[in-house]
Ligand binder design. Structure first.
Ligand SMILES: [Zn+2]
Length: 343
């Protein structure tokens, strides 16, 4: 069994939203260059295969799929933030396919865990709407693939600095897919309030913690310890998926958080340990945002080392008053669904 599968493809470098757009091909190029320069044993690289229409249809409406297909071969603005180049559609279909492929490999036991190094990212894409640099929702499509393959409960943890409105929308009324997000709040895309907990049978299965800008590794540590991990353990996932954005990095130009490489290493270690305790280590990370090229590539490298079992990181102690208050609001909103939070 391979320890850590890295799924990527040269086509991901050909999605070009335009000069000066932060979601540039240079992001992935930097990540791949560092992995090349400082290789990590226990990892294996595979090229990706495209998603099928059927796989895309598990999350996205016929209207959106037809609209996006119509962008193939064209420069187009989906919204002011989201633009395409001629190869963008094919790259997006391949990014979704790579995400399904990673789930296949991990559920089949051919690989212990995986990191999908793809772009465009996906977590802002709603079932019927592409937005926020995202065309298809890769992590949602991956979760649906896992469900169809017999995983009864799938956890999606989203540590991108922006709230994953698209993923939340896809599973809002569902209890088989638990969505947890920590993000800067209030901030783009303005969703992710603590009282957004899901509806109907999905009530309690959306867990949001919005933190003020300036939050640190230690603040994130408190959210994992006192909110995400207790709920995740009670949920008992069969597979853990991570929307791994790196834009909470302290130098990121698009947000105001203060995370370091150690913080990302600690979040990844927490998820690896959770997966080991609950589901035989089955864990898939998917690249979302992250726009400080040096910090992005270093932090991804750190996470791959964690996945490959080469390092472990822990969160520093201590939590700010503001982060503790945000944590308390989320715990209050969710404790009726998760007795473990009432203790
Ligand atoms: Zn982001």
């Amino acid at each position: 069994m391979t320890q850590t599968l890295l799924l990527t493809d040269a086509l991901f470098l050909r999605h070009d939203p335009g000069e000066e757009h932060p979601e540039s091909p240079a992001r992935l190029a930097h990540i791949l260059a560092l992995l090349e320069k400082e290789p990590i044993s226990g990892t294996e690289r595979k090229v990706a295969r495209p998603a099928t229409e059927e796989e895309l249809a598990t999350v996205h409406t016929p209207r959106l799929r037809a609209y996006l297909k119509g962008l193939r071969g064209r420069h187009e603005a989906v919204d002011p933030d989201t633009t395409t180049s001629p190869d963008s559609y094919d790259a997006a279909v391949l990014a979704a396919g790579a995400s399904v492929q990673a789930v296949d490999e991990v559920l089949a036991g051919r690989s212990r865990n995986a990191f999908v190094l793809a772009r465009p990212p996906g977590h802002h894409a709603e079932p019927d709407k592409a937005m926020g640099f995202c065309l298809f929702n890769n992590v949602a499509i991956a979760a649906e693939a896992a469900r169809r393959q017999g995983a009864e409960r799938v956890l999606i943890l989203d540590w991108d600095v922006h709230h994953g409105n698209g993923t939340q929308a896809a599973f809002w009324t569902r209890r088989d897919v638990l969505y947890q997000s920590v993000h800067q709040y209030p901030y783009y895309p303005q969703t992710g309030a603590p009282f957004e907990v899901g509806e109907g049978p999905g009530a309690g299965y959306t867990v949001n913690c919005g933190l003020p800008g300036g939050s640190t590794d230690a603040d994130y540590g408190a959210i994992y310890r006192d909110l995400f991990l207790p709920v995740a353990e009670a949920f008992r996932p069969d597979l853990v998926l991570v929307s791994a954005g790196f834009d909470a990095y302290h130098e990121d130009p698009l947000a105001d958080m203060k995370l370091t490489e150690r913080g990302f290493g600690a979040m990844c270690t927490a998820m690896r340990d959770l997966a080991e305790r609950t589901c035989g280590g089955r864990l898939v990370l998917l690249l979302e945002g992250g726009y400080a090229l040096e910090g992005l590539s270093r932090s991804v490298h750190t996470c791959v080392e964690v996945l490959a079992g080469k390092r472990k990181d822990s969160f520093p102690e201590g939590v700010s008053r503001e982060a503790a208050a945000a944590l308390q609001r989320s715990r209050e909103a969710l404790k009726q669904y998760w007795p473990v939070l009432g203790r």
